[in-house]
Design a binder for this molecule. Structure first.
Ligand SMILES: Nc1ncnc2c1ncn2[C@@H]1O[C@H](COP(=O)(O)OP(=O)(O)O)[C@@H](O)[C@H]1O
Ligand SMILES: [Mg+2]
Length: 162
């Protein structure tokens, strides 16, 4: 197993440190375009998958097709920058990203298809991380609540959290 040499302070700017250190259920970032929100979330997603075997991610956006064009592509780029893209399988037609050593998943959904969200299950660990990209675009809080409420249940890892 190769050693991954990650320097967290170099990977993200200070404003995004809580994203990497907090165990809180909800973290919200707002800020001008290009201020690093999406990049930092992508780094968090990749780092969590590699370092926490219980973690699977759901990435939600208003529309499934914009999710594919933005977050899926960004995660590919960030995994390459972090030197771990070879550990992931990127299926752009689903879209879906699999961490090859364990089968952990990064899944993508659009709030335009709410039924596709409530029926998700993962092969290993828990579906315990949700990244809502451009959350202001969601038309109602209900769309968020449906997904939020599906994020529950016992996490096997004693340090695990939602
Ligand atoms: N370590 C880093 N963290 C965040 N963004 C970075 C980093 N290094 C370079 N960038 C660049 O800064 C910009 C951040 O944009 P983005 O994450 O899309 O911002 P936002 O989502 O807030 O609009 C991108 O052009 C990205 O390539
Ligand atoms: Mg963004």
């Amino acid at each position: 197993m190769p050693v991954i040499n990650w320097n967290l302070p170099k990977m993200v700017s200070k404003a995004y440190a809580p994203l990497f250190t907090s165990n809180k259920r909800y973290i919200v970032y707002k800020g001008s375009r290009g201020s690093g929100k999406s990049e930092s979330a992508a780094r968090k997603a990749i780092l969590d998958i590699v370092t926490k075997p219980y973690v699977n991610w759901l990435i939600l956006r208003r529309y499934a097709n914009t999710n594919r064009q933005s977050t899926f592509t960004l995660l590919q780029k960030v995994a390459t920058q972090l030197g771990v893209s070879g550990l992931f399988q990127f299926n752009s037609s689903l879209p879906e990203i699999t961490y090859k050593p364990t089968g952990q998943k990064i899944l993508f959904r659009g709030a335009d298809k709410p039924l596709s969200i409530t029926s998700i299950s993962v092969e290993t660990g828990n579906l315990c991380r949700l990244w809502v990209e451009e959350s202001y675009q969601l038309e109602s809080e209900e769309a968020f609540d449906v997904v939020d409420e599906s994020m529950r249940g016992v996490i096997d890892d004693p340090n695990g959290f939602y």
